[in-house]
Write a protein that binds this ligand. Structure first.
Ligand SMILES: Nc1ncnc2c1ncn2[C@@H]1O[C@H](COP(=O)(O)OP(=O)(O)OP(=O)(O)O)[C@@H](O)[C@H]1O
Length: 271
């Protein structure tokens, strides 16, 4: 992989995914450039995770093409490609009581347990500290994994995914199940990260507009495996398009960079 690669980080062209004779995605065309931060939005079963699996080189399309970092899926070793992507797995299979610092360091070798027999490179140790700071985990760097809350684990896993300096960060519903403070800390960390690494691109899957960081630049709306709209947030995050995507009249608004959504008002008899 050439570090000087400067085309679109991700490109899909007219992609279909068919499983068991069923279209999970149909005709998806998308291009993601460095510095862009995409939201993948849609109701349950819309195909968001299916699309994220393609973008993360985890699965192949049935038809159409997917280019990840300039390499076409189907023509390259996808394990090699995945090493250049920061894919945050919310079901990280760690069971042992490693500290936050140790968990983040495992991102350097992309292993679950640290390579105890090898002393980590000083650059890797330094990067761990920078990322722990950016993700707001400095006060709990020595806390054991087993005692962390879900929100703390989520932020530690983002730091871990960033260890190999990926060009692209993929996040599948990172705020699900977090309380209000944990969600706000996570979104704040993502905003800071994007500010500190202007070349990074990201794709964040969610059902909830309230879970989108202020720094979101683009959105792709999915419904029934098809793209309702894709483009800049100003073009796409509209009351009309979000209502069409979720199949319900929803009014959206943006205040100080963040979005809220609510069902359009119905007249209640007697009020
Ligand atoms: N291997 C498969 N074979 C058949 N259908 C599948 C397969 N994998 C997923 N599906 C179906 O494809 C549809 C899209 O699934 P996907 O997980 O991509 O949706 P999603 O938008 O991420 O949903 P959610 O918001 O509920 O997580 C769903 O109806 C799901 O049941």
């Amino acid at each position: 992989m050439s570090p000087s690669f400067d085309g679109p980080l991700l490109r899909t062209h007219d992609v279909d995914v068919v499983r068991d004779g069923r279209h999970l995605l149909r005709g998806i065309t998308l291009e993601i450039q460095p510095g862009e931060h995409w939201a993948l939005l849609g109701p349950n079963g819309a195909g968001k995770s299916t699309l994220l699996a393609l973008l993360g080189a985890v699965s192949h399309p049935t038809r159409g093409t997917v280019d990840v970092l300039g390499r076409r899926l189907g023509r390259v070793d996808i394990r090699e490609l995945r090493a250049h992507l920061g894919h945050v797995n919310p079901r990280h299979p760690l069971r042992s009581p490693l500290t936050v610092r140790e968990v983040v360091l495992t991102g350097h070798t992309n292993t679950i347990e640290p390579e105890w027999h090898r002393k980590p490179a000083p650059e890797a140790v330094e990067r761990v500290e920078q990322l722990i700071e950016t993700l707001g985990m400095a006060a709990m760097a020595e806390a054991p994994w087993t005692t962390l809350s879900q929100g703390e684990r989520g932020r530690a896993l983002i730091a871990r995914a960033l260890m190999p300096s990926p060009r692209l960060l993929l996040l599948d519903e990172p705020a699900t199940g977090l309380d209000l403070t944990a969600r706000e800390l996570l979104l704040d960390s993502l905003d800071l990260l994007r500010h500190q690494h202007p070349e990074l691109a990201s794709v964040l899957v969610t059902h909830h507009l309230e879970e989108l960081p202020e720094s979101t630049t683009h959105a792709l709306l999915l419904r029934g495996g098809e793209c309702v709209a894709a483009g800049t947030v100003d073009e796409v995050m509209t009351t009309e398009l979000i209502s069409e995507t979720f199949g319900h009249p929803i009014r959206i608004s943006r205040h100080e960079g963040r979005w809220t959504a609510r069902a359009a008002a119905r007249r209640v008899p007697g009020r």
